[in-house]
Design a protein around this ligand. Sequence first.
Ligand SMILES: [Zn+2]
Length: 88
Amino acid sequence: MKHKHIFNKIIQLILKDIAKENGYSPQKVIQDFASGSMEFVVEFWQKIYAIYGEQYNDVYRCPGCKKFELDFVEHNGSIADFLEDEKH
Ligand SMILES: [Zn+2]
């Protein structure tokens, strides 16, 4: 079955921005993020939150298409709370 993964493009753009801001190559940041690195997770969610608010709180990479996708998972809780906790 073919998936759409409508958020893949914006997620890639956000990761490229983060790479630029931190002086890394986009490939490195995208690769690290895809393999579960927590290094840029806070920055990533700050940017997602700025665009979508609380609509999404989960990101994954489709194993079949190797594309990123956003999701909302009830038990993940609020992104605003997560970002607030990260400040302290
Ligand atoms: Zn897919």
